[in-house]
Design a protein around this ligand. Structure first.
Ligand code: IMP
Length: 551
């Protein structure tokens, strides 16, 4: 029976029977007598010779000391040797995940969207151009009509697009002379639908000059009490439009991914490693590309080495990310060839059946740790690509040495991903999501211009990730299906960022950089998770529950 006498004056506990020690010495005793802290260091945890390959759910990070607010945790992190981001998130180059809308919004939120290449060169280059041209609040591709457009047609456009207020230019296109604007009010009660809009349009125009800031545009709009502000160049040609209703919705994006001294968002896009991809690359560079991702499920190949060298020689200002790799040996080849970043993962993607079909791959935690600890010696940042299902997985990827994480399935259900929502058989709102190695994606006529699989194979750049030139038969490495609606990434990505900040606070590190350092020097500790520990760590014993992740 322990006998303890509290001492109200000193606050210390007296010890009798030699059972308890003075509690004020707890930290001192910990340091002196327990140099080995609880849990294991990362090398012991990931020792695949004794443990086999682990993945994210197989372990936990042990908590540390909280000495700062979660909002003070800094998420700055490099994505290539030369380029850093303010949040460690990338969206996958998949045709159900990243086109220009996703790329623009990921960049606005401090991450990066890698535009997929399962499309024509022209379409991909146009998407890159849209990212580079994007200016928050300025509509760069407004609906423009010509003076001969009829009132009926203008009414129809209003129906289709859900808004009125169309600028009228001499030849009905952007970059042509602005001559008027047709508002909803101008056409609402005009009876003769066959009249040209030139009869009803307003010509007392208030315009902004190209180059003005959003703040200035906002000011003009407020003073003029107009709904739309056409922006014109020195010759009076229409270059963009600012809309009052959009201004209300405009958020401030202090984390936006931009290169130093540039007002433009960073643009990244994927290509394959075939001879044709060199032409594709040139068009993307002409459109303003900053980072190219060489998209291959097994990146350790002569094709990729050749392409890395080609990119470095012909486009020295462009950063090149190689991959995918999962072993040190694979990484070494690409590092030696000159990559600026590496993408890690084989078979861990949510729509992926590579490991099942090819018997090749590696559990993701083992891949991330082995590759990124090796790559760190050469200053090459790594992306943990695939298998991210929640905030915890992101933190584990970063703890194991990745600088950023790449997500496909987790972002495919957001409003910024390509495609429309639909209601599935269970009545749930979903969006399509498919592996780029699924038969559907490989045969997609969008890229090849033909439904015929063979023709598609010959011309479809996107599928180059999963088959080689001589293949007679497409062997699937992915599936196609759908994922649940996740709303807009303008809410979802800030949730992920705040979640990572809170997690790092629990671990007791104030930045992604400090996390990596303290993991490597053994201060951040880990614990293996048995199957029953995993069950314990999830909701259990509840009859029903609602899993709402943020509000
Ligand atoms: P997720 O975030 O778990 O959905 O994984 C996305 C990642 O899966 C992508 O970034 C690719 O690396 C990988 N991936 C995409 N399509 C396929 C496929 O068809 N087979 C295998 N892996 C794929």
């Amino acid at each position: 029976m322990p006998i303890v006498n509290g001492d109200a004056m000193s606050g210390a506990a007296h010890i009798t029977n030699g059972k308890l020690e003075d509690y004020t010495r707890a930290l001192e005793i910990l340091d002196a007598e327990y140099p080995e802290r609880d849990g294991v260091d990362v090398r012991t945890l990931l020792d695949s010779k004794t443990r086999g390959g682990l993945t994210y759910n197989d372990f936990l990070v042990l908590p540390g000391y909280i000495g700062f607010a979660a909002s003070e945790v800094n998420l700055d992190t490099p994505v290539t040797k030369r380029i850093s981001l303010k949040t460690p998130f990338l969206s996958s180059p998949m045709d159900t995940v990243t086109e220009h809308s996703m790329a623009i919004h990921m960049a606005l939120l401090g991450g990066l969207g890698v535009i997929h290449h399962n499309c024509s060169v022209e379409d991909q280059a146009e998407m890159v151009r849209k990212v580079k041209r994007f200016e928050n609040g300025f509509i760069l591709d407004p609906i423009v009509i010509s003076p001969s457009t009829t009132v009926g047609e203008a009414k129809q456009l209003k129906e289709t697009w859900g808004f009125g207020g169309f600028p009228v230019t001499e030849n009905g296109t952007l970059r042509s002379k602005l001559i008027g604007i047709v508002t909803a009010r101008d056409i609402q009660f005009h009876a003769d639908l066959s009249d040209p809009v030139s009869v009803v349009m307003s010509t007392d125009l208030v315009t902004g000059q190209a180059g003005i800031s959003l703040l200035e545009a906002n000011d003009i709009l407020r003073k003029s009490k107009k709904g739309k502000l056409p922006i014109v160049d020195g010759n009076g040609n229409l270059v963009s439009l600012v809309s009052r209703s959009d201004l209300m919705k405009n958020l401030n994006y202090p984390l936006a991914s931009k290169l130093p001294h540039s007002k433009q968002l960073i643009a990244a896009a994927a290509i394959g490693t075939r001879p044709d991809d060199k032409i594709r690359l040139q068009k993307l560079v002409d459109a303003g590309l900053d980072i190219v991702v060489l998209d291959s499920s097994q990146g350790n190949s002569m094709y990729q080495v050749e392409m890395i060298k080609y990119v470095k020689e012909t486009h020295p200002a462009l950063d090149v990310i190689g991959g995918n790799v999962v072993t040190k040996a694979q990484a070494a080849t690409l590092i030696a060839a000159g990559v600026d970043g590496l993408r890690i993962g084989m078979g861990s993607g949510s729509a992926c059946i590579t490991q099942e079909v090819m018997a090749v791959g590696r559990p993701q935690a083992a891949s991330v740790f082995n590759v990124s600890s090796f790559a760190a010696r050469f200053g090459v940042p790594c992306i943990a690509d695939g298998g991210i299902q929640n905030v915890g997985h992101i933190v584990k990827g970063l703890a194991l040495g990745a600088s950023t994480v790449m997500m496909g399935g987790l972002l495919a259900g957001t409003s910024e991903s390509p495609g429309q929502y639909f209601v599935n058989r269970e009545g749930k709102l979903v969006k399509a999501y498919r592996g780029m190695g699924s038969i559907d994606a490989m045969e997609d006529k969008k890229a090849g211009g033909s439904k015929d699989a063979k023709a598609a194979k010959a011309s479809n750049a996107g599928t180059a990730r999963y088959f080689s030139e001589g293949d007679r038969l497409l062997v699937a490495q992915g599936v196609s299906g759908s994922v649940a609606d996740r709303g807009s990434i303008t809410k979802f990505v800030p949730y992920l960022a705040a979640g990572v900040q809170h997690s790092l606070q629990d671990i007791g590190v104030q930045s992604v950089k400090e996390l990596r350092e303290k993991v490597l020097d053994g201060e951040v500790r880990f614990e293996l998770r048995t199957v029953s520990a995993q069950a314990e760590g999830n909701v259990h014993g509840m009859e029903t529950f609602d899993k709402k992740l943020y509000s």
